[in-house]
Design a protein around this ligand. Structure first.
Ligand code: AVJ
Length: 365
């Protein structure tokens, strides 16, 4: 559209002045416009994202009780902290999923490859991909022709992951994408030329409440064909001490992970949070399986967002709800599958029964 307008004015200009414009001049003009267009597009996207971020956090911080969304944890810095969390011994989730992949990869492969030896893998929220690499290595060894499409919200994560995977598995076709869940859905929708297996690992689903999880699964279902599969990681309900230690580590990585969102608001929105004025705490409700993360204001204070002409007051002891990490049992998992149009093919457990990777297919009846 923009280019057309530009071309027209050149044509008009040529008519009036009747001087000739060469083909190479046109292509230079065209390239320049295209480049400007790309920069403009990039800037517009960035502005749109920042505006959205500001709107969301200001809305949450003006509510009672205050809340922020954990989806904003994962800027490049947040993603780096999360990788530290995954390496802590207290954060058992990673070890459980690794164990499942290491010990049961052959069975996983057989079920993935049922009906068609070749399939493509799309991973939502791929992260560092260390666990996935175990599966991919095995699949490549089995000669299952496939493409791996990791999608993550952090661009840095996607490029590091792509590099790591192509070093480890040079023959693997990798097609990484940066984007949020919304953009992921788009990518999945467009992907219909081959059987696909969607990976949603690490109990990422636990960040959604019941309704959000349901509508997310329904959207995935709508984007899937008859033979496609969904492989989801669920952290299971267990001794509350084990859970609390995973989200309340002595090194303080989890606290830093939460506080990084305040830092991010300082960086990107020019807010003035003073991090020492906040403290992280974790709660777990055995009955519902909800693990909840909060920041508490250590004193009465005011935080300013001068660019948005807003300030937020915090009472001493006031909480900000930061993140939910839902824990499940098999009944909840079965219900979720059923309610969103899926059928559980098989559950893969770790030896401690802390965690399950559940393989779902589209229900046909
Ligand atoms: C990436 C959402 C699975 O909830 O366990 C880890 C994020 N938060 N420690 C989780 C997280 C604090 C993690 N998920």
């Amino acid at each position: 559209m923009y280019l057309n307008g530009c071309w027209k004015s050149n044509q008009n200009g040529r008519k009036k002045k009747s001087n000739c414009i060469t083909l190479s001049q046109i292509s230079v003009l065209f390239l320049r416009q295209k480049c400007l267009f790309n920069i403009k597009f990039y800037c517009m996207k960035k502005i749109r994202l920042t505006t959205r971020f500001a709107e969301d956090v200001l809305k949450g911080l003006s509510s009672t009780p205050k809340y922020l969304s954990s989806k904003y944890f994962y800027d490049d810095e947040g993603s780096r902290i999360f990788q530290k969390i995954m390496q802590m011994p207290e954060y058992y989730l990673t070890d459980c999923e690794l164990e499942i992949f290491q010990k049961q990869r052959q069975k996983i492969y057989e079920l993935f490859a049922l009906n068609s030896k070749s399939f493509d893998l799309i991973e939502l929220g791929a992260g560092d991909g260390i666990k996935t690499a175990i599966l991919l290595e095995h699949f490549v060894g089995q000669d299952a022709a496939f493409e791996y499409m990791p999608i993550d919200i952090s661009g840095e994560v996607v490029s590091k992951l792509t590099q790591m995977m192509s070093n480890r598995l040079p023959s693997l076709k990798i097609n990484g994408k940066t984007g949020d869940y919304f953009e992921m859905m788009d990518a999945i929708n467009r992907y219909d030329h081959c059987k696909k297996v969607l990976l949603f690992l690490g109990s990422n689903i636990g960040n959604f409440n019941e309704q959000e999880a349901h509508s997310f699964l329904v959207k995935l279902h709508a984007a899937m064909q008859k033979n496609d599969l969904l492989f989801i990681g669920f952290d299971l309900k267990k001794d509350s001490n084990v859970i609390l230690k995973a989200y309340n580590d002595p090194q303080g990585y989890t606290a830093a992970f939460n506080l990084n969102l305040l830092k991010r608001m300082n960086r990107e929105l020019r807010a003035d949070f003073y991090l020492d004025n906040f403290e992280h705490e974790e709660f777990y409700d055995v009955a519902t399986g909800r693990a909840e993360s909060y920041l508490f204001s250590l004193k009465k204070q005011m935080v300013n967002f001068p660019d948005f002409h807003r300030n937020i007051t915090f009472e001493k002891g006031e909480s900000v709800f930061m993140e939910m990490s839902q824990k499940y049992d098999l009944e909840m998992i079965n219900e979720m599958a059923k309610n969103s149009g899926f059928e559980v093919v098989r559950n893969f457990h770790d030896s401690r029964l802390y965690y399950v990777n559940s393989l779902w297919k589209v229900r046909t009846r």
